[in-house]
Design a protein around this ligand. Structure first.
Ligand code: GDP
Ligand code: ZN
Length: 347
């Protein structure tokens, strides 16, 4: 190689390194320091490029992917955590909060979503043929409800429980605002869930009642708070860690429906090691990909009943163990009625 060629090669390599550094620093959050190892690896790869040709270097740049964790999704963007960095990437339709991904820090693009352990999904409210993954890889889905203001909606709880059953995560019902209750009978609508073996925690973000039990149930896990708007999801998070200072809404007196204070999902780390995804409040929950014939497996209390037909849908068949248990009062009437309603609506 002539002296001129060597000079040219050195010049091109130095230029490539400068470009790569520029692209990497753009991808970093302004005030956070780059993780040393990753930058070194990238630079080594460029140093080892055998040819000075720019297109070869470009290929190396593209191939450098980092593992990350999706901590927020919003209109047109998603934030990926990688070590101590938080990198804003272009939105990708399939990505959900909680996803483990491989992404390109230079192109700020998610290249691959790693297989999900669990996925809580619903049908898109505007297009029921589209799946919306509310959160991925969560251990526990906390369905936050209130018995009063806004009033309890057992049909919505049942839909959540079906979606949670399908997601592969553990269910937990957190009944907030117990400070508003006057008599213990007001807790009766929660009994069928307790009887079916679903954990129910009674608490109040306002008085602090039950927060120790809630904190213990979440400790060290990836959790999602989901439920009707106005039930106190954000208030509970603030009560578990006052430093979070999340904006909360009010429940308008006229229709007792919560305002949609939280508009996109966000992720919070609690002092007890829990990571909680707070989701926007919803009013309706469209089930995703649950065939009517599969519905029965998400009603845990039906499991112990024996029917004459192994594929009994517990609707019209004779010698149905579920209907017999219903008559004996072993299965709750509101739960069975909600099963029928959902069965007929999903047909
Ligand atoms: P979100 O939409 O589920 O996040 O609900 P917010 O946390 O924004 O709370 C809605 C309203 O309920 C706010 O006015 C809160 O102050 C109120 N709230 C939340 N938790 C409690 C509680 O335990 N008791 C009472 N009385 N009010 C509460
Ligand atoms: Zn049956």
């Amino acid at each position: 190689m002539s002296r001129e060629e060597r000079k040219l090669r050195k010049h091109i390599e130095a230029h490539a390194r400068r470009e790569l550094r520029k692209a990497l620093s753009k991808a970093r959050v302004k005030d956070s320091k780059p993780p040393r190892e990753r930058v070194n690896i990238n630079e080594e790869e460029v140093d080892n490029v055998p040819s000075p040709k720019r297109n070869r270097i470009a290929t190396v740049r593209e191939s450098v992917l980092s593992p990350g964790f999706v901590a927020e999704t919003g209109p047109g963007f998603c934030d990926v955590l990688c070590g101590s960095e938080r990198i804003r990437c272009r939105h990708s339709v399939d990505v959900a909060i909680g996803d483990q991904v491989l992404f390109s820090p230079t192109r700020r693009r998610i290249e691959q979503i790693l297989p999900r352990r669990t996925a809580l999904s619903r049908a898109d409210p505007h297009n029921p043929h589209l799946e919306r993954v509310i959160a991925a890889n969560v251990d526990v889905v906390v369905n936050v409800v209130s018995l009063k203001t806004p009033p309890l909606r057992p049909g919505l709880i049942d839909r959540y429980l079906i979606a949670i059953g399908k997601s592969g995560a553990e269910p937990l019902i957190c009944a907030n605002k117990v400070d508003l209750l006057i008599s213990p009978e007001e807790l009766d609508p929660l009994r069928p869930y307790q009887d079916a073996g679903i954990p129910v925690i009674l608490c109040s973000a306002a008085t602090g009642a039950g927060l120790d039990s809630l904190s213990a149930a979440l400790a060290g896990k990836l959790c999602v708070f989901a439920g009707h708007s106005g039930v106190g999801k954000s208030s509970l998070l603030n009560a578990l860690d006052p430093r979070l200072d999340i904006a909360t809404g009010t429940v308008s007196e006229g229709n007792e429906k919560g305002r949609h204070t939280t508009t996109s999902s966000a992720l919070y780390r609690l002092p007890n090691g829990a990571t909680v995804i707070d989701t926007p409040g919803i009013r309706e929950f469209g089930l995703w990909d649950v065939a009517p014939a599969d519905l029965r497996r998400y009603y845990q209390e039906f499991g112990a009943c024996r029917c004459a037909f192994s594929d009994c849908t517990h609707t019209h068949e004779p010698e149905c163990g579920v209907k017999e248990a219903l008559e004996r009062g072993v299965i709750s009437k509101p739960r069975y009625e909600s099963y029928l309603r959902i069965f007929n609506s999903e047909k």
